[in-house]
Design a protein around this ligand. Structure first.
Ligand code: NAD
Length: 497
């Protein structure tokens, strides 16, 4: 994998075949309207392939197919041990195509090839394999009822589930949704983000090859405002799982109430605090403070965008962070030495530039970066950027920028650090750095977020649940807990004569 050079990857990119058609009832098909839109490589602005734009008619075909597949029991009633084998085979097929898939994701999303080969593809394989392997080890319950009675408490699949995912981690968020929803026996209709549908379409074909019955997984590329809304308001969809922005998440809750009260799980935005005490391993903390916000160009829901640093080390620590920021200057995503690629599109690059202007106007001090760059490439690159002198009430400290912009906020006491960290509408993730376990644990316990690191950032794997407090959402991806999102509890009470 990483023994390849940028030239090798470019040569492979020239041979890559792209599939832009929807995947419905076990085969690739054009949208009924014939409409398409170009999929653009954000690294250079080139068109990769025309992608189907699905509409309500395509959604009807997919929903009917998914419902029939569910009712047939071909998957929903398949023994868990057999579902396991299909999911494990699917994971193996994805692994077999790892290079191709990593390249596809890099071209479609602009993620550096070192990330897609080391993170996105392996995480996808692990998620699907782990969920498959787990599903025949989950037991239902027999509660302690009186003599001559027996109660069974079973977990049954919801039915037809719609999954709507964003563009920043298309492959891994897709796997986080599909693996547990399929493992528990549901039929699933996936709507990828309009700009990044290619990896989901690719792995759908592999699922069929692995033995997933037709209709159990449908992939419909199309616009959120029409197709996404149609799915979210549909009366014959039983569950909706979503990863994306908080404003759209709020709409989906309304759509659920306006339609059939479908179970709706939301993984939303963040403005995560990264708290550094003077007694921490500052070298490691500085390297990870930069990684926490510049990884994936800051287009990460858990990005550590608020660096909350003990005042007495602020100047020295910021010099160290700035030094690390230099290693995150953007470059060609196909070059294995590139740490940060482009923003997803011109609009996102403009949004980042606007927030940098807002930071200036609010009186924060730009310490590093602050410009669009590599315009000659045709792509949408922005420098890693650091604002000092930020107070937590500024917009650059409160609003999700979704770009490589760090806001540095000083604190004097532990209580103040916690208060600043919690002064946010979001509660997705965070971290604290200290060599005093008492301080570190006290802070970790007090910060209201779904995942907190102590002396690390981005820690965690498939064995632990992931999701947000407050306006960062209400569901949990990953781990056995994700199985609960996709199942209904059913009680059967038996009386013996
Ligand atoms: P977005 O909310 O704009 O879009 C997400 C998905 O929703 C896309 O597929 C889009 O087409 C669809 N959509 C848009 N409007 C819709 C509507 N009215 N009805 C139904 N569907 C609709 O988000 P984005 O810009 O693609 O992604 C970035 C956001 O995702 C950020 O806020 C980020 O924090 C969040 N995110 C959260 C997590 C997490 O696990 N908490 C992970 C990754 C990204």
């Amino acid at each position: 994998m990483l023994d390849k050079t940028a030239t090798d990857w470019q040569a492979l990119a020239g041979q890559l075949k792209f599939e832009g058609r929807a995947f419905i009832n076990g085969r690739y098909a054009d949208a009924l309207s014939g409409r398409t839109r170009p999929s653009i490589n954000p690294g250079n602005g080139d068109e990769l392939v025309e992608v189907s734009v699905c509409s309500n008619e395509d959604a009807e075909t997919a929903i009917n197919g998914a419902r029939s597949a569910f009712e047939s029991g071909a998957w929903s009633k398949m023994a868990p041990v057999d579902r396991k084998m299909v999911l494990v085979r699917w994971a193996e097929l994805i692994e077999k195509h790892a290079d191709q898939l990593a390249l596809l994701e890099t071209l479609d999303v602009g993620k550096p090839i070192s990330d897609t080969t080391n993170v996105d593809v392996p995480a996808t394989v692990r998620t699907i394999r782990w969920s498959g392997e787990a599903i025949d080890k989950v037991y239902d319950e027999i509660p302690p009822t009186p003599a001559d009675t027996l109660a069974l408490v079973q977990r049954l699949p919801l039915g037809v589930v719609a999954a709507i995912v964003p563009w920043n981690f298309p492959l891994s968020t897709t796997a986080w949704k599909l693996a547990p929803s399929l493992a528990t026996g549901n039929s699933v209709i996936l709507k990828p983000a309009s700009s990044t549908p290619l990896s989901a379409l690719f792995i759908a074909g592999l699922a069929s090859e692995a033995g997933l019955p037709d209709g159990v997984l449908q992939v419909l590329p199309g616009p959120g405002g029409s197709l996404g809304k149609y799915l979210a308001t549909h009366m014959d969809i039983d569950g909706l799982t979503f990863t994306g922005s908080t404003p759209v998440g709020k709409m989906l809750m309304e759509y659920s109430g306006q339609s059939n009260l479908k179970r709706t799980f939301l993984e939303l935005g963040g403005k995560s605090p990264n708290i550094v005490f003077a007694d921490a391993n500052l070298e490691k903390a500085a390297a990870m403070a930069a990684a926490a916000v510049f990884y994936n160009g800051g287009q990460t829901c858990t990005a550590g965008t608020r660096l909350i640093v003990e005042e007495k080390i602020q100047d020295r620590f910021l010099e160290m962070v700035t030094e690390n920021a230099k290693g995150w200057m953007p470059g060609d995503p196909l070059d294995p030495s590139t740490a940060m690629g482009p923003m997803i599109d011109a609009a996102q690059c403009k949004t980042v530039a606007e927030y940098v202007d807002i930071g200036h106007r609010e009186g924060a001090e730009l310490l590093f970066g602050g410009k669009q760059t590599l315009e000659e490439s045709g792509g949408y690159y922005y420098e890693p950027s650091i604002f000092g002198g930020v107070s937590n009430d500024m917009r650059i400290a409160q609003e999700e920028i979704f770009g490589p912009v760090m806001s540095v906020i000083p604190f004097k006491t532990t209580e103040e650090a916690v208060q600043i960290a919690n002064d946010s509408i979001y509660g997705l993730a965070g971290a604290v750095w200290s060599n005093n376990i008492n301080t570190a644990h006290k802070v970790a316990e007090s910060v209201r977020v779904g995942t907190m690191g102590i002396n690390n950032y981005f820690g965690g794997d498939i064995t632990v649940p992931f999701g947000g407090f407050k306006q960062s959402g209400n569901g949990r991806d990953k781990s056995i807990h994700a199985f609960h999102d996709y199942t209904e509890l059913k009680t059967t009470w038996i009386e013996f004569s």
